[in-house]
Design a protein around this ligand. Structure first.
Ligand code: ZN
Length: 367
């Protein structure tokens, strides 16, 4: 039995044996094996130290065996961050990346399932209640046509015409009674008819407020934080602002933030508008759309318009310039047109159009 086999039997592992075999150089001072790497100082001198060096002076170190024994889950306290009180502690407790992703995905799936279930339940209930209430509403008063048919006594008149034409006196008396009753009740009948007609007007099922709420819900859902890194902070801000919106009318003083072209139709009533369409492949057609949406915002007083990194050309920016000229109430403007293909002439267009905005007192322009 050779020496290596002896060591293995004594419980030495492969890495220990490797070091014992190949690291035979001894420390000049202590005559011990140099198998510890000093990591807090570098020099042309011996970087490896012996165990006695370590006992005599304090230095940061890394045993070679520990490095060889390490795998992807091994944490060397003290390397590569030399001075630390929190990083290694945090590293120890954070879960593995795959576990974290899996757990986060599960959480998100549960969130959307609950959201969907809750919304579906609520919507189902609203729909059922609405159907019942509509019937109840129209049953709660005498419908104009029902009322009309009741007071005009068609059947009674028909009966007299069909059955009493041979008896002049009786027929005449019957006609006379009906006409008399009708004349006496004129005021009441007229009032009843007008009331009924007014009621049906006020009971109109036109779905205007329902559609406003629908748009708001769609807008809110669009603003749910989808964990995209760039939008996370903005979205959280936006959601907290929108959750304060009461009723179905948006507060005109409140800010709206837009991150997609589809949402542009929502900006109309806002004074404070932020449009972030950087790097979204915005070209002439989309610029026309943005310009059109801005033109409808006559009350806009503050605008952030980020159209950077879209590589559009001079022609496209004219739409924006023309549109901005018409927003006379703007007093604060941040315009990001950098990283497009505008050149000097585009800058001139913008500058000329901004000259006409006399209320402007804060301007940031990135060309
Ligand atoms: Zn030594």
């Amino acid at each position: 039995m050779d020496q290596i086999q002896n060591y293995q039997m004594l419980g030495y592992n492969q890495n220990e044996l490797f070091i014992m075999k190949h690291y035979n150089q001894k420390c000049n001072l202590h005559n011990q094996r140099l198998d510890i790497l000093k990591v807090d100082n570098y020099s042309n001198q011996q970087m490896l130290k012996c165990i006695y060096c370590l006992s005599e002076q304090t230095f940061k170190f890394l045993p070679l065996k520990q490095v060889l024994d390490s795998n992807q889950s091994t944490l060397f306290k003290g390397w590569p961050i030399l001075d630390d009180t929190e990083i290694y502690e945090q590293l120890m407790v954070i879960p593995k990346k795959e576990e974290l992703i899996k757990q986060s995905i599960q959480n998100v799936q549960v969130f959307y399932k609950l959201l969907r279930d809750e919304i579906n339940l609520l919507i189902d209930k609203k729909e059922k209640d609405s159907l019942i209430n509509i019937e109840m509403r129209y049953d709660s008063f005498e419908y104009p046509w029902d009322l009309y048919n009741r007071i005009c006594q068609k059947e009674k008149l028909k009966d007299i015409i069909l059955n009493q034409y041979q008896d002049f006196i009786n027929q005449n008396q019957a006609f006379s009674l009906i006409v008399k009753e009708n004349i006496e009740k004129q005021k009441v009948y007229k009032e009843q008819m007008l009331n009924s007609l007014r009621t049906i007007q006020s009971y109109k099922v036109d779905l205007v407020s329902q559609n406003q709420i629908k748009d708001l819900i769609v807008q809110l859902i669009n603003q749910i934080n989808d964990f995209s890194i760039a939008q996370e902070n903005r979205n959280m801000l936006q959601v907290s602002q929108n959750s304060q919106v009461q009723g179905n009318q948006l507060d005109q003083n409140k800010k709206i933030q837009i991150f997609s072209l589809e949402d542009l139709s929502n900006i109309q009533n806002f004074q404070n508008i932020e449009i972030y369409l950087s790097n979204k492949n915005i070209q002439d057609e989309q610029l026309k759309q943005i310009a059109g949406a801005l033109e409808k915002c006559q009350n806009i007083s503050s605008l952030i318009l980020n159209l950077s990194e879209n590589n559009f050309k001079l022609e496209g920016v004219q739409y924006i310039a023309t549109s901005l000229q018409k927003c006379h109430q703007i007093n604060s403007l941040e315009l990001y047109l950098n990283n497009n293909n505008l050149k000097l002439e585009g800058a001139k267009y913008i500058a000329t159009s901004l000259e006409k905005l006399h209320k402007m007192n804060s301007l940031k322009l990135y060309l």
